[in-house]
Design a protein around this ligand. Structure first.
Ligand SMILES: [Zn+2]
Length: 264
């Protein structure tokens, strides 16, 4: 059984600054435990879900924006049992590890020394975390070195698309995904550069045609417009089951895909 937990569903500046939605990233369990994009509140959300950071096998950071990386060092300390045991993998974009023109680097030398392995995630590349393959592909975003992660789980491919504009070459990389996780920052009719709005996401889903789409990374304006409404527009327009994620929502992937709402 493959499980996903949405430790946050907020994204963009104002959602993050005011924590209108949490921004703790995505936790994936499939033999290996992966924490993708641990932004602000990741540690707290792990605590609320009774997930133990000491059991994380890899921290993955898609790009160098604070809603995706700020708790990465804390989670690395967790993964390495408070820094007492060199353990786990850090997989991150070039901007996060080396820095690019305007971004990063953001992981200290001390935290780099706590992990067993560091790998730069570049489009076209891949890695394996305890036998689970993760492929990297490109995005079109204000951090030009950002990457998406396609995880080949025992229940099919789960694609975590990182912040991007709609572009055919970006969509094409996710064909064959069973679950497509899209960063929907803006609502219908409110497109901004570097991000997806609802009509962009609809087109993305139409091209990829996954079994299910899960929307996350909601900006303040989108939260106001209603994430569920955007999800039903996409579902109606594509015929693909589409869900707006909620904070701490779980997804169980077996033969069927089951959603578990958090009732803490
Ligand atoms: Zn971003």
């Amino acid at each position: 059984m493959t499980k996903l937990v949405f430790l946050g569903t907020g994204g963009g500046r104002f959602s993050t600054i005011y924590q209108i939605r949490a921004t703790g990233g995505l936790y994936l369990m499939d033999g290996a435990n992966m924490h993708i994009d641990p932004g602000p509140s990741a540690a707290y959300q792990m605590h609320r879900m009774k997930l133990d950071p000491a059991k994380t096998d890899a921290v993955l950071v898609s790009h160098c924006h604070p809603d995706h990386y700020t708790d990465a060092e804390v989670m690395i300390e967790g993964m390495s049992r408070g820094g007492l045991k060199r353990r786990g993998a850090l997989i991150a974009s070039r901007s996060v590890l080396e820095g690019s023109q305007r971004h990063g680097p953001v992981i200290s030398n001390y935290h780099r020394s706590l992990v067993e392995r560091i790998q730069m995630a570049e489009p076209g590349g891949s890695t394996a975390i305890d036998g689970v393959k993760v492929r990297f592909s490109g995005t079109k975003h204000s951090d030009p070195t950002g990457v998406s992660f396609s995880i080949e789980t025992s229940a099919g491919v789960v694609s975590y698309v990182s912040d991007t504009e709609l572009e055919e070459s970006v969509c094409r990389e996710h064909e064959g995904s069973r679950v497509l996780i899209l960063p929907l920052t803006r609502p219908w009719g409110a497109r901004i550069p570097n991000h997806l709005c609802t009509e962009d996401a609809l087109e993305f889903v139409r091209q990829v045609r996954p079994e299910m789409t899960i929307l996350t990374h909601f900006g303040a304006k989108l939260i106001h417009a209603g994430p569920e409404r955007q999800a039903s527009m996409i579902e109606r327009g594509t015929g693909v089951r589409t869900v707006a994620a909620q904070d701490l929502m779980g997804v169980h992937l077996g033969k069927a895909i089951r959603i578990h709402r958090f009732e803490g």
